[in-house]
Design a protein around this ligand. Structure first.
Ligand SMILES: [Zn+2]
Ligand SMILES: [Zn+2]
Length: 395
C-alpha cells in the first residue's frame, strides 16, 4: 500500500518496526518483571549486547565507515558489521551514505536527511518513517563510493537483516537457556536492548543538535552534550565532531567521556587499528578561543570600560593579534615540516643526503615545539585577560 504524506512515501517495514517495538519493549519488560523471571544474568547479557552494538555503530558505522578516521583489520571490521546489524539501523553502506550527506549539507532541509530544522521528531526518527531519496542508495552511487571496495561492507549490505535477527533474537534466546530464562533473554537482551540502542543513536541527531554547548563553532546546530555522550559511548561531543569529522576522537580532551576513542586507541596498541587521524592541538584551541571571544562579546553586550588607559576591547584585540601571529608562524613551520618529512621518506634519496635531511628535520621539529609553546602561551594570556574582564564586569 502506497501511502504518502506530502510528497513522501511511507516506508512501512521501517515505520511499523520503529513505532511498535518501543511499545512491545515496555510490555515485554512488565511481563518479565511481573512473571518473576527477573535474572541478573539476563541484565548482564543485555548490557554487554548494548555495548557491543553501540560500539559497532560509533567506532564502526560512524568513525570507521562513514568518516574513515582510521583503518581496521578485517576481524574488527567484521565484528562491527555483525553487531552493527544487530543495532537495526540498516546496513553500514546506507548508514554511511546518509551520514555523509548529513555532514556535507548539515541543517539544509532539502539535502541533510535528518536536518534538525525540520523539527526534533523528524531529526530523531521521523525521517526513518519515510522512503529515502532513491538517488542516495542507487546502485550507481553505492558502487562509485570508496566503501564498495570493502568486500565485508558489500556482504553486509545484502545480509544485514538476517544477521541482525540472529544476533538480536536467536543468540540471546540460546544463551538465556543456560540460566533458564530463554524468553526473558530474547525480550530484554534482544528487543529492549535494540530499542535502547536505537534511541541512544537517534538522540545524537535530535538532542545533540539543539541542546548543549557550541564549543568550537556556531556555523551549524551541532552541540556538545554530555548526556548523549554517556548514552552513546562518546558521540555526544557533536559540535567538535561536526567541526573536525576526520578526527577519530569526539571527546578530544583526555578526560572527556569517549569510550569509543579508548577502544580505537586500545586496538591500535595491538595493531588492530591503524592510521588514527587527529587534528593539531593549535587548530582546536584556536577555534575554541574564537568561540570564547564571541560569548564574551555577547555577555558584555557592547559595554566598555578602561584598564590601564585602554578599553577592554583594545587590550583583548592586541592579545588576539599576538596569538594569531604565533598561530600563523606555527602553521608555516608545520607546512615546512610536512614537506621535509615527505622528502625524507622518499626512498630515492641518496643516503648521505638523507642524513642531512634528518638533521634539518630534527631542527624543524624543535622549532615547531617552540612555536606551539608560544602559541599556547599567548592564548593563555588572552584567556587570563578575558577572565579578568568578566570578573570586573560582574563587580
Ligand atoms: Zn550531526
Ligand atoms: Zn559524523
Amino acid at each position: 500500500m502506497k501511502l504518502k504524506i506530502g510528497n513522501r512515501e511511507i516506508n512501512w517495514p521501517n515505520a511499523l518496526y520503529l513505532v511498535l517495538t518501543p511499545f512491545a519493549a515496555v510490555i515485554g519488560m512488565i511481563w518479565w518483571i511481573k512473571s518473576g523471571s527477573f535474572n541478573w544474568n539476563t541484565v548482564i547479557l543485555a548490557c554487554l549486547l548494548y555495548l557491543f552494538c553501540q560500539i559497532s555503530i560509533t567506532a564502526g558505522y560512524h568513525r570507521l565507515f562513514s568518516h574513515r578516521s582510521y583503518n581496521a583489520v578485517w576481524p574488527v571490521r567484521l565484528f562491527f558489521l555483525i553487531f552493527g546489524a544487530a543495532a537495526f539501523e540498516g546496513s553500514a553502506m546506507h548508514w554511511s551514505l546518509d551520514h555523509r550527506n548529513h555532514h556535507n549539507y548539515v541543517d539544509q532541509n532539502e539535502r541533510d536527511p535528518y536536518s534538525i530544522n525540520k523539527g526534533f521528531f523528524w531529526a530523531h526518527m521521523g525521517w526513518l518513517l519515510f522512503k529515502q531519496n532513491d538517488q542516495v542508495y542507487s546502485e550507481e552511487n553505492t558502487k562509485s563510493g570508496d566503501l564498495y571496495s570493502d568486500k565485508l561492507v558489500v556482504w553486509q549490505l545484502h545480509n544485514w537483516v538476517w544477521v541482525g535477527v540472529v544476533v538480536t533474537f536467536v543468540v540471546p534466546t540460546i544463551i538465556g537457556l543456560a540460566w533458564g530464562d530463554a524468553l526473558g533473554a530474547m525480550v530484554v537482551a534482544g528487543l529492549v536492548r535494540s530499542v535502547l540502542n536505537h534511541h541512544a543513536t537517534f538522540l545524537i541527531n535530535s538532542l545533540s543538535h539543539c541542546v548543549g554547548k557550541q564549543t568550537y563553532s556556531d556555523k551549524h546546530t551541532a552541540r556538545d552534550n554530555l548526556f548523549t555522550a554517556f548514552l552513546t559511548c562518546g558521540e555526544g561531543y557533536h559540535n567538535y565532531h561536526h567541526e573536525f569529522p576526520s578526527d577519530y576522537r569526539n571527546g578530544v580532551r583526555a578526560w572527556d567521556w569517549d569510550p569509543t576513542k579508548w577502544v580505537i586507541k586500545g586496538l591500535s596498541l595491538v595493531k588492530m587499528t591503524t592510521d588514527l587521524k587527529t587534528i593539531h592541538e593549535e587548530i582546536i584551541l584556536r577555534k575554541r578561543t574564537h568561540m570564547r571571544e564571541k560569548r564574551l562579546h555577547k555577555k558584555l553586550a557592547g559595554s566598555s570600560f578602561k584598564f590601564f588607559g585602554s578599553t577592554q576591547a583594545q587590550i583583548l584585540e592586541s592579545l588576539k593579534m599576538k596569538y594569531e601571529k604565533s598561530y600563523q608562524q606555527l602553521a608555516e613551520l608545520r607546512m615546512k615540516l610536512q614537506t621535509l618529512s615527505t622528502k625524507y621518506q622518499n626512498k630515492k634519496q641518496a643516503q648521505e643526503n638523507k642524513s642531512f635531511v634528518k638533521l634539518e628535520l630534527d631542527v624543524l621539529k624543535e622549532q615547531v615545539a617552540q612555536a606551539k609553546y608560544d602559541f599556547q602561551k599567548s592564548v593563555k594570556d588572552w584567556n587570563i585577560m578575558r577572565k579578568r574582564i568578566l570578573a570586573y564586569a560582574k563587580s
